[in-house]
Write a protein that binds this ligand. Structure first.
Ligand code: PGA
Length: 261
């Protein structure tokens, strides 16, 4: 696992956007797995800036969704499909025809989950999957004690995650759906390169458990230890509980092995 400690969220965003840009230069139709939440926003801003300045062409990129609320209409402003259209596709100039995501409004939710796993495989698999991390160590919406081999499926959110996400619903937890579709941990591990970004002190415990704890379902992100190419980008605050922080600084600062995709 590469652990890259950066001074702040903005530099983390720039570093990961550069990794995505390098990937798109090598493979213009790469399938980028994207995440929602506040943490990835600096990545999308930096990548959109690279597109605007002509440093990279994202017009042939394909975008895959990590998770989705169940029951929110696709055009609801907080459905993850809407969020990603707003924050990723439109700024990059990528059309919805290049977007893949699970159908959170399907009558047969389990069928929709299986269909999404198949669609990802048929598309050739995700080249680079960007991940955030929950304060409880979740990735996607794989809450603690999710099977490390899980596939895309319906999950019930923990109360903590609904509290964390209420800020996107006018602070009203009652509006936060209880159920979601999420790529499973086994699905996520099939991406060729996993890049997890964590910023802020609130993520420090989850980051320490992910990087230095045992591989354990109680911290779903610790499954990254099983992946041959996982990169964890953290700011100083999120790195503050890492015992090996000095080693990581010495080994990986600004020279992660982005070429191993
Ligand atoms: P956040 O969410 O980036 O808004 O903190 C991360 C997550 O829940 O995966």
């Amino acid at each position: 696992m590469e652990v890259v400690i950066v001074p702040d969220a903005r530099s983390g965003g720039e570093l990961i956007a550069e990794a995505m840009a390098q990937l798109l230069r090598r493979k213009p139709d790469a399938l980028l797995g994207v995440a929602t939440g506040s943490t990835p926003l600096p990545v999308y801003e930096a990548l959109a800036e690279a597109v605007r300045s002509g440093a990279v062409d994202a017009s042939r990129a394909r975008i895959a969704q990590l998770d989705e609320y169940v029951g929110l209409p696709a055009d609801h402003p907080e459905s993850y499909r809407s969020v990603l259209r707003r924050e990723v596709l439109e700024p990059l100039g990528v059309g919805m025809d290049a977007f893949m995501g699970p159908d959170g409004t399907a009558e047969d939710v389990q069928g929709a989950c299986r269909a999404y796993d198949s669609a990802l495989a048929e598309a050739g698999g995700v080249d680079l999957q960007l991940l955030g991390i929950g304060t409880d160590g979740h990735i996607g919406f794989n809450e603690p004690c999710s099977s490390l081999a899980s596939r895309t499926r319906i999950k019930t959110l923990t109360q903590q995650t609904r509290v964390d996400n209420a800020r996107f619903f006018d602070g009203d937890i009652e509006q936060v759906p209880h159920h979601v579709i999420t790529q499973g941990i086994g699905t996520i591990l099939e991406a060729r390169h996993l890049v997890l970004l964590a910023t802020g002190e609130g993520k420090a415990d989850a980051v320490a458990a992910t990087v230095e704890g045992p591989v354990a379902a109680v911290c779903p992100a610790s499954a990254l230890q099983l992946h041959p190419h996982a990169t964890v980008v953290v700011d100083e605050a999120a790195a503050s509980k890492l015992k090996l922080a000095d080693y990581f600084r010495h080994t990986y600062a600004n020279k992660p092995d982005w070429q191993g995709i």
